[in-house]
Design a protein around this ligand. Structure first.
Ligand code: NAG
Ligand code: NAG
Length: 152
């Protein structure tokens, strides 16, 4: 019992103080979600490759239950409010698709007055976790991002 407790505490501390890598935020319906912990200039390809190193890919919200779960889980850990996800409209302005699968993005889950393509320069998408909704942003901000991995 004491041993198990200690292992858990050490594990949690390691996650929370880690200066590189990722934090596991939870798992749902066969998928585990991670957030990176060090903001750096974003690049869709490179971020997706980092998720691949973890066995996954940039997060693709498939439905409202998943959006709610990930938002709530991220808020519980509360590392940062804003995280890039896999959605973007780089190829076709106004048509948001997921980077890894190419599937259409979950529709109608934007924050108020978005997507705005402000400055004609907002082709990537962030999760605003406390809003449980998305916002279009430039693709090169210093933000962390969400990865998902099929759980096994
Ligand atoms: C759960 O996962 C299965 C298999 O990936 C998928 O078909 C189903 O839509 C998912 N259910 C929810 C609520 O996300
Ligand atoms: C993103 O990274 C890839 C791979 O390193 C590179 O080829 C590409 O030019 C970068 N994209 C941008 C917009 O910087």
């Amino acid at each position: 019992m004491g041993f198990t407790m200690n292992v858990c505490v050490v594990f949690v501390l390691t996650c929370l103080i880690s200066t590189s890598g990722r934090v596991r935020v939870g798992h749902l319906n066969g998928t585990t979600y991670y957030v990176t912990t060090v903001p750096r200039p974003f690049n869709l390809t490179e971020a997706n490759d980092i998720c691949k190193e973890y066995g996954g890919y940039l997060w693709e919200a498939d439905n409202d239950a998943e959006l709610r779960f990930v938002s709530t889980s991220v808020n519980r850990i509360y590392y940062r409010d804003h995280f890039y996800i896999g959605a973007n409209d780089v190829e076709n302005e106004g048509t948001f698709v997921y980077f890894n699968s190419g599937k259409p993005m979950l529709p109608n889950r934007w924050t108020r007055n978005n997507p705005s393509n402000s400055g004609d320069n907002e082709d990537c998408v962030e999760l605003i976790s406390y809003s449980r909704a998305f916002n279009d942003v430039p693709c090169q901000l210093d933000l962390c991002f969400v990865c998902e991995r099929e759980y096994y």
